[in-house]
Ligand binder design. Structure first.
Ligand SMILES: [Fe+2]
Length: 494
């Protein structure tokens, strides 16, 4: 039963140590030896000792003190105290400190074996108990970690959802409305609105709110408190007033407005009805919205710059050919008006606004001798003129943000029946904006006088447009166009 037990013998009497070593080794024990308290602690630190047989008197420290240290470090180690004389007080003190037994020298080996068997059994129970306690402790720790992990996963999922919603916004989406919608989705709040600042009246004016589904409306105006502006710029970036949390939208360190959110006052929310997690997500959402708005401002200024450059190109062309200047302006105006009548989307009308005036920008690449040639062109010259739609596309593609506009310019000479250029696209394969420009371009060319021919009359142009329906021109668009020209005299020929 004691075979294989690791035993540390601690005694400065080498004879006793040798006798015990021989006897215990014969019984299959693994023996470690120490003659001082310091040596004993050293052995205990590096070997997994199960039982210590400890002399109560040692040269450096007392056996009782060593017993104390052993039991604190490893309560499952069994300690059998040995002493040369009987002192009941010492025995009681040792037992109080956790000694398993006490042997008075000289002791019989049989008694030692009996004590050791009992201590080994006790120790195995102690180890078992400790294991159970450890596993219970581990279970609690695992449960706690699991709860923490679930919370983190939930937080990460929400953060991902917020980022995803903002990243998927397109240029026409209203960032303020989306921001409010996302806040409602994530936090399930009572009400939420975006306010801009009226500095004259020191008030916030409601700019956007989600259509109230729960009957809670946002006030149209709110007074700006001192705390609001102070805390908007504090590191925490929010201000609580009553049940409302205010968070600024900051662009380059300046606020452009505030989100005001009323919490529902659920359990566990202590900062104006908001938990720390609510406020963290509100900050994340307002920061994402601020970034989106800043990016849009940058995009718009970039876009303005690009349009300015393209306009300079158009001016360069116009210096060579004044017809092109007026023609482009009229085509731009007509295209937009036709787009309006046709019910094109806001985005398509934005594209027409850009492309209309510059649809012939590619003419910058056509030599004067051909571009300005009065009268008819040879087939070869016509081929060179036709390249202007490709040159135009190339120019637009130099600006990455105008790739869709580049496509519209490429196809503005396609024909509905598929016999146009450069790709011979037909029907609705031709982008709708290109089809709109094709009609307006054709109309204006016929309705305008050129050095080599006079303008056609309104009736003649309309007849020609009707004749081209389904061939060169989109029939539905052509009908709509004729209706527009009949309704509005401003499109009359010049
Ligand atoms: Fe053209």
């Amino acid at each position: 039963m004691i075979e294989g037990t690791k035993i540390l013998l601690v005694d400065d009497n080498s004879e006793i140590v040798d006798i015990l070593t021989d006897f215990l080794s014969m019984n299959g024990c693994i023996i470690y030896k120490a003659s001082t308290g310091r040596e004993a602690l050293d052995v205990l630190g590096r070997a997994e000792i199960e039982i210590v047989i400890l002399d109560i008197r040692l040269p450096d420290i007392s056996g009782i003190s060593l017993l104390d240290t052993i039991k604190v470090k490893n309560p499952t180690v069994g300690v059998i105290m040995i002493t040369g004389y009987h002192d009941p007080n010492l025995i009681v003190e040792a037992m109080k400190k956790g000694a398993s037994d006490f042997l008075i020298k000289p002791f019989e080996f049989d008694k030692l074996i009996l004590v050791m068997m009992r201590v080994v059994r006790e120790r195995s129970l102690l180890v078992e108990k400790q294991n159970i306690l450890d596993s219970l402790e581990d279970k609690k720790k695992i449960e706690l970690l699991n709860r923490e992990l679930q919370k983190k996963i939930q937080e990460l999922t929400t953060m991902y959802h917020i980022s995803n919603r903002f990243n998927s916004l397109n240029i026409l989406d209203d960032v303020y409305e989306k921001m409010i919608r996302i806040i409602n989705e994530i936090l399930d709040v009572k009400s939420c609105g975006y306010y801009i600042v009226d500095t004259e009246k020191n008030e916030l004016m409601l700019y956007k709110e989600l259509a109230a589904g729960n009957g809670d409306f946002n006030p149209k105006r709110l007074t700006i408190s001192k705390g609001l502006l102070e805390e908007a710029f504090s590191p925490r970036r929010y201000h609580i007033e009553g049940e409302k949390a205010f968070l600024p939208l900051l662009i380059k360190g300046e606020y452009i407005g505030f989100v005001a959110v009323s919490g529902k006052g659920l359990k566990g929310r202590n900062k104006g009805n908001f938990s720390d997690s609510d406020l963290f997500f509100l900050r994340l959402i307002t920061e994402k919205a601020s970034t989106q708005i800043e990016n849009r401002m940058l995009y718009e200024s970039l876009f303005e710059g690009v349009l300015h450059t393209l306009t300079s190109l158009i001016i360069a062309i116009n210096r060579r050919d004044s017809y092109t200047e007026d023609h482009c302006k009229r085509v731009a105006q007509m295209s937009l008006a036709l787009g309006e009548r046709l019910g094109l989307t806001g985005y398509e009308k934005d594209v027409l606004r850009v492309v209309g005036p510059i649809h012939d920008v590619g003419k910058v690449g056509i030599p004067d001798a051909i571009l300005l040639k009065p009268g008819g062109l040879t087939e070869e010259e016509y081929g060179i003129i036709k390249a202007h739609s490709l040159y135009g596309e190339d120019i637009m593609n130099k600006f990455e943000i105008l790739s869709n506009e580049a496509r519209i310019i490429r196809h503005h000479h396609e024909r509905f029946d598929g016999t146009g250029y450069p790709d011979g696209l037909s029907g609705e394969d031709i982008p709708s904006c290109s089809r709109v420009i094709a009609i307006c371009d054709t109309y204006d060319a016929m309705a305008t006088s050129r050095p080599y021919r006079n303008a056609l009359t309104r009736r003649e142009v309309i007849a020609e447009i009707m004749r081209c329906k389904g061939g060169q021109l989109d029939p539905a668009m052509a009908d709509c166009f004729v209706e527009m020209v009949n309704d509005e005299t401003r499109w009359d020929g010049r």
